[in-house]
Design a protein around this ligand. Structure first.
Ligand code: THU
Length: 135
């Protein structure tokens, strides 16, 4: 992976994070996916007054990817406030699992800190996925 691509993913995640609807937590999150069509798809968190109905940034980015016609996640970047890396929540790890191979790199970045680079397999060990279901 080139530094240029990582810079583009970081920039896309930060640009969409600025559009987050997070009036309740005030914790804005951006996610940017490099997809199998070579394009970047981004999404932010969208909270709701009925709290459990809110969407995470990763779910929004996946929705953009699917709506854009791409099918697979090749790399995913998540950015948020502070210095601690913003890692995907448990539900989003499973959402990513649907569309990514286990060795796909997940980069988590608190904008004031350094990036954590890990893989889907490390974030979601012994996971259940589409291949477990009968065709
Ligand atoms: N959030 C995300 O969008 N993605 C994550 O990976 C972690 C958490 C959002 C959900 C909620 O809107 C806010 O961050 C605080 O939990």
């Amino acid at each position: 992976m080139t530094d240029t691509m990582d810079q583009a993913l970081f920039a896309a995640a930060e640009a969409v994070r600025a559009k987050a609807h997070a009036p309740y937590s005030r914790f804005t999150v951006g996610a940017a996916i490099l997809a199998d069509d070579g394009k970047i798809y981004a999404g932010c968190n969208i909270e709701n007054a009925a709290y459990p109905v809110g969407n995470c940034a990763e779910a929004s980015a996946i929705a953009a990817m699917i709506a854009g016609g791409a099918r697979r996640i090749k790399r995913i970047y998540v950015t948020g406030p502070g210095s601690a890396p913003v890692t995907p929540c448990g539900g989003c790890r499973q959402r990513i699992r649907e569309f990514a191979d286990l060795d796909v790199e997940v980069i988590s970045h608190g904008v004031d800190g350094t990036a954590l680079v890990t893989t889907l397999e490390k974030l979601l060990p012994y996971s259940f996925g589409p291949e477990y279901l009968p065709k």
